[in-house]
Write a protein that binds this ligand. Structure first.
Ligand code: MRU
Length: 377
């Protein structure tokens, strides 16, 4: 079950409300999400007390973005355990709620393993649930720490590639504090550049069809006081042609062992544009996004979303969650092609930045070596 209340804030900086938190009120534990479907219009929290509510929140993008999906999945397992639901069934439901971001299954299986190991070691139900919760909390904390490491590595890379400073960075989708236990991935790097006074402009792709750039990245950039400009996705080409982009910074939902990068649909065309215009195309993602078990890009499952997200405008995706509730922008019955992600081949990626460092050029061995490094160096 999920219910909601409205939070308000006047302060600038990080989102008003954390993207996700665990609470233990007298009536029982709850996973509290900042409902991202309602941003930037309202800061509304969604309180999930069971796994079906969380699965629905994941599918409808109330909670989204690869690292945060992993954290939410891990807490979801803890929620099932603490509330006495069947943990393995809950874990399977959660792990398959969305197919592309590998972090989701990673977070779910990590908490599930902690639960199973506790059971094997003789823990009672309460003890095993506590083990799952401790694991979710550990993942949450590590993700925050890893954000800071990625921001530092990413900033160092920008300094190396663009020694003049004053960066004009283009980003796609949303990769900030709304997708992380910390300040995020690609947007955390832009934030680090802003912090040292070197972000001249953040170009924000609106990110059709669900507008994660317009609704979420612009929201975060505004709160952080960054100089940002919103553009329609198809305006990016003329921006490159005018020489207005120094680097592209994006996140990832899954990185295959060969360095292919699945990210929000529209990322691949940006990589092609960046190559044509000799602009660095930089991917920032934690190692939980790297899936060495997927050999190459073609093997990544790309989520296909409902056509009505394309054929109807919904000012807020929540309002358009059901077909027929948005404003129609195509004749009734029009078929739509609506993949949520696309895959960029490694040869178009200048560098991949993780919490353990940078791989450039992107090679299978370089990526494996980066993944084998210890987090704390
Ligand atoms: O469909 P979404 O909003 O979950 O897609 C999110 C993205 O594509 C992000 O760019 C990706 O998860 C990286 S977030 C660090």
């Amino acid at each position: 079950m999920a219910d909601q209340y409205v939070a308000t804030t006047e302060s600038a900086g990080l989102p008003a409300v954390p993207a996700l938190r665990w609470e233990e009120p007298p009536e029982g534990p709850v996973l509290v999400l900042l409902d991202q479907r309602r941003l930037p219009v309202e800061e509304v929290e969604l309180r999930c007390t069971d796994v079906p509510a969380l699965v629905d929140a994941i599918r409808t993008l109330a909670v989204r973005g690869a690292p945060l999906l992993g954290i939410a999945g891990a807490y979801g397992v803890a929620l099932a355990a603490v509330r006495g639901f069947q943990v393995d069934d809950a874990a399977d439901l959660l792990a398959h709620a969305r197919p592309t971001a590998v972090n989701l299954a990673h977070g779910v299986r990590r908490a599930q393993r902690a639960y199973q190991e506790a059971v094997k070691a003789g823990a009672d139900a309460g003890g095993a649930a506590a083990a799952a919760l401790a694991e979710a909390r550990a993942l949450h904390r590590e993700d925050a720490e890893d954000s800071a490491r990625m921001a530092a590595h990413g900033l160092a890379l920008l300094e190396e590639l663009l020694p003049g400073g004053g960066y004009r960075l283009l980003t796609h989708c949303n990769t900030g504090a709304l997708v992380s236990g910390g300040e995020g991935t690609a947007l955390a790097v832009a934030g680090a550049a802003h912090g040292v006074g070197q972000l001249r402009r953040l170009w924000v792709d609106e990110t059709r069809p669900l507008l994660q750039g317009a609704r979420l990245t612009a929201y975060e950039a505004a709160r952080a006081g960054m100089a940002y400009t919103l553009l329609t996705d198809n305006a990016a080409g003329s921006l490159f042609a005018a020489g207005e982009v120094d680097a592209v910074l994006i996140g990832a939902d899954r990185i295959a062992a060969d360095g292919s990068v699945a990210n929000k649909v529209g990322s691949y065309p940006l990589a092609v544009l960046a190559r044509y215009h000799h602009v660095p195309f930089i991917v920032v993602a934690p190692r939980t996004t790297v899936d060495l078990g997927t050999a190459e890009g073609a093997a990544i499952e790309v989520e296909q979303r409902p056509g009505h997200e394309v054929t109807e405008f919904a000012v807020l995706p929540a309002a358009g969650a059901q077909a027929g509730t948005g404003v129609p922008v195509a004749p009734l019955g029009t078929q739509a092609y609506n993949p949520a992600f696309d895959v960029t081949p490694p040869e178009l990626v200048t560098a991949i930045v993780t919490e353990t460092g940078v791989v450039s050029p992107v090679t299978r061995t370089g990526l494996a070596e980066l993944c084998a490094r210890s987090r704390t160096g």
